[in-house]
Design a protein around this ligand. Structure first.
Ligand code: SF4
Length: 181
């Protein structure tokens, strides 16, 4: 992945998730400094970058694919990333966002914007991205190389996975995630 002395180009993206996986990433605390010795964060909701760059080595994806915007974004991210990582259960399985899958989009919008809002509310037709008929885990849309389950995955698990990835190794998460470490 990275050649000797070169820093890994790391990104994180956020699709349909609650931000909890990014909060768990921030829980690495001072270990973020350790990682920063090996990786540059080139795109993330945590930094002020507007456009997803080319030639990213590792991208962590939080959240499921729920809207046309998510679908477009994850396909672009995949094209520009060498190792794509599904971070957390929403990305890995669909988890909470996919609880709307038994209902059609019209019923979901009606519930969110009319029944649970003021009587004069309307379903938005602009600005809010159009929902897909079905929420999908990331690997149903693009190829995923590494899966980190958990809701959210613990900071220890994320640190272990990133420590391996920045060294160009595939993390073995079978034991860690089973015991919630
Ligand atoms: S996996 Fe859990 S913590 Fe992460 S985005 Fe989904 S609901 Fe939030």
């Amino acid at each position: 992945m990275s050649t000797e002395g070169q820093k890994v180009r790391l990104a994180t993206v956020w699709l349909d998730g609650c931000s909890g996986c990014h909060m768990s990433l921030l829980d690495l605390d001072e270990r973020l400094v350790t990682l920063a010795e090996r990786a540059d964060l080139v795109f993330s909701p945590l930094v002020d970058a507007k456009e997803f760059p080319d030639n990213v080595d590792v991208t962590l994806v939080e959240g499921a694919v729920s809207s046309e915007e998510d679908d477009e974004k994850i396909r672009l991210v995949r094209r520009r990333t060498k190792t794509l990582v599904s971070l957390g259960d929403c990305a890995v399985t669909g988890n909470v966002p996919s609880m709307r899958n038994p209902y059609d989009v019209g019923a979901v919008l009606q519930r969110a914007y009319i029944e649970n809002a003021r009587p004069d509310s309307k379903v938005p037709t602009e600005v809010v991205p159009r929902l897909l008929a079905r929420v999908r885990p990331v690997h149903e849309v693009v190829k995923v190389d590494v899966f980190i389950p958990g809701c959210p995955p613990s900071a220890d698990t994320i640190f272990y996975a990133l420590s391996e990835l920045v060294e160009g190794r595939n993390p073995d998460l079978t034991v860690r995630t089973r015991f919630g470490v």
